[in-house]
Design a protein around this ligand. Sequence first.
Ligand SMILES: *Cc1c(COP(=O)(O)O)cnc(C)c1O
Length: 231
Amino acid sequence: MDSNIEENLETVRKKIKVAAEKNERSAEEIKLVAVTKNVSVDRIKVAIDAGITDIGENKAQEAKKKADELKKDIVWHFIGHLQTNKVKTVIEFADLIQSVDSIKLALEINKRAKQISKVQDILVQVNIAEEATKFGIEKGEIGALLEEIGSLTNLQARGLMTIAPLIENPEKLRPFFMKMKALFENIRALNVPNINMDYLSMGMTNDFEVAIESGANMVRIGTGIFGIIRE
Ligand SMILES: *Cc1c(COP(=O)(O)O)cnc(C)c1O
């Protein structure tokens, strides 16, 4: 069972390499975040032993518990929708909060981070396909949010994140990923103080190859590593 994790990881890494090379980059330029929602600590340890350094979780309490248990040199990513009342919990363990999508949330993270003398790295989550059901900020509102974030002393913007629409054929997602890449480069070219565009986080099990081919340098993969996990 657990040997699957190692095999799956090897397959994922090979695919990352091929996709990166298509995009004239090397596999080392792509950060792999293993998404471990609903995955037990024992199975996470197998992935860590196989070289996983970055872990993504989408629920505050579950993530906090695992982070406490796994005390290792792991980089913790919070990738789920974040309610303001959970911010206090999340900033205790998260190295990178990937899901900042409102000024209200940015202000709360900044306030709580200040209280524990932390500068919190964040990504701005973009709803690139403008789906009514999705979290993330719409393109037109990003300027105002980044301006606000730029002024907050305990927040550090490190890039953008998106969750692509649920479409079976990942090829159909290419235009969305290309739009994200263009947005990322445009913001980077603005050189706004306190706004760094280091990470473009896009691509999940079903679509990470197309995302990398389009310019992603961080992918978030769950089922591709751990298999399908039921709650
Ligand atoms: C669950 C999740 C992933 C991983 O999805 P898989 O399809 O299992 O690879 C990536 N990003 C976010 C935000 C998630 O919630």
